[in-house]
Structures are given as structure tokens and as C-alpha cells.
Design a protein around this ligand. Sequence first.
Ligand code: SF4
Ligand code: SF4
Length: 322
Amino acid sequence: MTKPKVAFYWCASCGGCEEAVIDLAEDILKVVDAVDIVLWPVAMDFKKSDIKAMADGSIAVSFINGAIRTSEQDEWAKLLRKKSGLVVAFGACSHLGGIPGLANLSSRQNLFDTVYINTPTVNNPDNVFPQTSSIVAEGELELPEISEEVRALNQVIDVDYYLPGCAPPPNLIMDAVMAILSGNLPEKGTVLAPDKSLCDTCPRKESKPDKLKISSVKRISMTTIPDDKCFLAEGIVCLGPATRSGCGDRCINANMPCRGCFGPTKAVQDQGAKFLSGFSSLFDSDNETAINTFAESVIDPAGLFYMFSLASSLKTKFHDRS
Ligand code: SF4
Ligand code: SF4
């Protein structure tokens, strides 16, 4: 019997999603046994020409991790879309833009100036920036172009399903693989994780008051809290109320607040805005000076509330055009 063909591809990400596949441990043997892996650059040597030569739609499913930041990633995403029956956005960066998406707070030129000119340890007297071609002894090399902004996968190609998380946990990956292999799939566009907020599954939820009010914001690095107390109730920003469950409460169990890597539930369009609207109502004062002090005590609010979802937020362009 012919096995279904499966591809894995890595775009703008840290590589943790590739590790998550390895973290399947002995279950990876079940996957390898059940499918024919036709592309997995981090582990096997396949060429773009191999994929181009395949018939359109002949790959059963492509798992693409990482955001899209370069012309090469754009090209691969479109090629895999053409060759695949299903495309799964694998992990937070592919699903929402992830942490690479925070680069959208600056223009490309500002990023280049910071990285290649203004960083104190950089020595670049000729102001050389990344090029799209380079002449070497063997001839001219064509190099990927860095795009103006970071995009989530569904801002580049049509996506069938989403596996959330930084990185997706092994149980959700196996559930997704088994659902795909059996053809027992939910509606197109589904995020393959429970559609409840993290607060619903949090082991600390009993300590979160129904009418929560806080008078100041503390930083997790500057305080200690008991390991059974709700972070928000203790004045520590925790994105649990605006974040989908299914991660196994990983950060909470490590005594760290949620940063939102699973993205919002289905009912929420913009995770950062949803959290901000709830969070701003928690402050227990009508005094303008006190409210300003409270707001200023949140260090880097855009980076905190949109840590994983800026690229796919309603306000996708925060670019500093100066
Ligand atoms: S706010 Fe955070 S710590 Fe509190 S119940 Fe929700 S997920 Fe748990
Ligand atoms: S607790 Fe939040 S940030 Fe941590 S893994 Fe779960 S969803 Fe992601």
C-alpha cells in the first residue's frame, strides 16, 4: 500500500518546532512507519527540484513552522501549498507570526540600521546591508530578500489547520497526525486544540476571584508568589484569560505566567486587544494620576500583550516610519 506523503518545512522560527517533532520520542517511529516523508530539511537531504517535480496535490500534508520573513520562505510556502492536499500551520510563529512578528514594531530599514550600523559592537564602515546577490569565485549567488514585514502563514497561503503553541506539545501533534491519517478531520480552519481559555484549565483558577481588582503591576522577575496563587490576582500580567488552553499549563506549572503562545480562542479576533480590554478594567482606582502610574508600570505593553500575535493582530502595522 502506498503511504501518504508528508513534508515538514522550517521558515522564520527558532527551531523549537523541529525539536517538538523529535520530542514525539517513540511515537515518531509510528509516524515514520505510517507515512513517507518527502521533505524535512533539518533531518534529510531533499532538494527543491525534488518537490517541484512532484504532481500538484501529491503530498498528503505539509507541516510548515515559522513565520514568513524572506522571499525564499514565501516561495517555499507557495510551492508546498501547490503540491499539498493539506497545509498545517505548525506552531505559534506559523499560526500567528509568533515572536518574530514583534519585528513589525519597526520598519525593515530601522531593523537594518540597528543590526548593521548602530549596534556598538558592529564595525561596518561601508554601511553594507543584506544583499540579494553576492559575487563569489564560483559565480553569482542569489540570496533571499528580507521582506518589509513578518507575516503569519495564512497571510501568504491558504491554510487548512493550525497546531498552536511554542512549541506544539507532543500529544496535540500526535492527535493531529492521527486525525489526518484517519481522515477524521474537523472543519477547515480549525485550531487543533481545545476551544477554552487557559484560565478554565489552570490549576490556580480557584485562587482567581470572580471580581478581580489589582492596585499595582509587579514583574515576575522582581517578586515571588506562592505556587498555588493566580498570577493576575497577585498583580502579575498573565495572558491566561485571552489564551487558548491545551498546552498542559506548561508555564503555570513552572511558576511562570502565561505569555499567550497558544493564541486566542475562536471567539476572539485579536488576542492582545482582548487581554488589554480586560486588564485595564482590573485597576482599582478612579484617580487619573494613579491610573497613569498603573499604565506606566507595564513595561513594553505591545511586546507583552502581543508577544506571539502581533503579525496577525487587527492592527498589523505598528511600523515606525521615521
Ligand atoms: S490568570 Fe493565569 S494564573 Fe490566573 S487562573 Fe488564569 S491562567 Fe491561571
Ligand atoms: S502557559 Fe501560555 S505561554 Fe506557556 S505554553 Fe501554555 S499557552 Fe504557551
